[in-house]
Design a protein. Structure first.
Length: 414
């Protein structure tokens, strides 16, 4: 399977898809899936811009609305997570994951899916310790405070991912795992970003939650974005444990290192997206604890009977099939007068499948009750001139990883 991974999209779907089309033509390859590491900016209309936490000069429609409206169709199946610059009102509709547009799938605030037999997991948002232990207290319409906290990672979502036991092939986060710089060429990183030095020395560069997930899940690959530079690392989990190949990528701009293409072993295609049985079982078990106030969840009361939930999910998927529910528009594009529906039909159908109540739009009163260096050795690099707006885009393709043993450092829990 040939996988393309992109850093921060910032709404430029046209530019990224044009780059991938050109690469496929030049290399005579077929990219099977594109994975985006956040700041996707799934803006459907002018109303969505109001929930996008960016300076006014950066509030623009960009190109996602074309794919939402049907004017264009994504040429490559696309999966993305959320970052800190998102149309958060729309992503909240799809809290559990779902099609943000035809062939463009949002992984949810946390989630795991299968593409073919490749297992892909991810967590949206960025880590802020002052909000990590709180619930999802923000509610529409977002005020100036909520618009700056809705995308902060919450313990509840990370805790659900910590229950995953089966192997993860690819994991995606927007910000980097805390301490990841210890496993790569930090001096080269500081030559690019000298202002990172203090945070690295103080041990504050990156996400504590992502570091915990890295230690627990030990995925084969981990991709991030957020810091707008390319950085590779190799994490050895114990002396004889598995390794995680980490790569951070830049944002989609001319001359920036924002795209990586790699080939991994998989079953023969064609490939389709499917729900993950283990993740649905975890979602079912923990949904009653979804925290919608500032109160912290007490996880010690949970008796996690995964087998009972797995049997339930297995029977449901055998009866219905495991493909996600189909995309449905919930607002007209480019219409500032119409507010998004509070209940996305995909989310309603997903919860019906798992026989779970819809909690995302609960009132304040209801919420209070519920709230109880050469690490990557590319085979070839390409400097492409495509169209005037996307010239000199940098890509590099990996077909294998050749890692000197002297560069492998054991992973130490933080």
């Amino acid at each position: 399977m040939i996988i393309a991974v992109e850093g921060c999209m910032h709404g430029d779907l046209d530019g990224v898809y044009a780059t991938l089309w050109h690469l496929q033509e030049v290399e005579k390859i077929k990219v099977d899936i594109l994975i985006c590491c956040g700041d996707f900016q799934a803006v459907r209309n002018e109303k969505d811009l109001l929930s996008l936490n960016v300076p006014p000069k950066y509030r623009s429609m960009n190109s996602f609305w074309k794919y939402y409206s049907g004017e264009k169709v994504a040429p490559i199946p696309t999966i993305f997570i959320g970052g800190n610059h998102e149309a958060s009102n729309y992503l909240w509709e799809l809290y559990y994951g779902g099609w943000a547009a035809p062939h463009i799938y949002f992984l949810g605030f946390a989630g795991v899916v299968k593409f073919g037999n490749v297992r892909i997991g991810g967590i949206s948002g960025i880590y802020k310790p002052q909000h990590y232990h709180l619930g999802h207290f923000e509610r529409l319409p977002y005020n100036e405070r909520d618009i700056r906290s809705i995308y902060h990672v919450r313990e509840y979502d990370a805790h659900k991912l910590m229950q995953v036991k089966e192997p993860i092939d690819i994991f995606v986060s927007h910000d980097w795992p805390l301490g990841i710089t210890e496993h790569g060429n930090v001096e080269e990183l500081l030559r690019q970003k000298p202002f990172f030095r203090n945070e690295i020395q103080e041990g504050t560069l990156g996400s504590r939650a992502a570091a915990d997930l890295l230690e627990q899940l030990k995925p084969s690959y981990w991709f991030s974005a957020h810091l707008h530079c390319k950085f590779a690392a190799l994490v050895q989990h114990g002396e004889d444990g598995p390794t995680t190949k980490f790569l951070a990528l830049d944002k989609c701009l001319p001359g920036r290192k924002f795209l990586q293409v790699l080939e991994i072993e998989s079953e023969p295609g064609p490939y389709e997206l499917h729900y993950d049985e283990e993740w649905l079982a975890i979602t079912k078990r923990f949904n009653s604890m979804l925290p919608l106030t500032r109160s912290r969840v007490n996880f010690s009361d949970v008796k996690f009977d995964i087998q009972e939930c797995r049997e339930f999910v297995k029977n449901k998927l055998n009866a219905r099939g495991s493909k996600p529910f189909e995309f449905e528009q919930t607002v007209p594009n480019h219409n500032p007068s119409i507010t998004a529906h509070s209940k996305n039909p995909q989310t309603v159908a997903f919860l019906d499948l798992l026989e779970l109540p819809y909690l995302l739009d609960n009132t304040t009163e209801q919420r209070e009750k519920i709230g109880s260096p050469a690490l990557f050795m590319p085979k070839g690099s390409y400097n492409l001139k495509l169209v005037p707006s996307i010239s000199n885009l940098y890509l590099s393709r990996i077909t294998s990883f050749l890692i000197p043993s002297s560069l492998v450092t054991p992973h130490k829990p933080l």
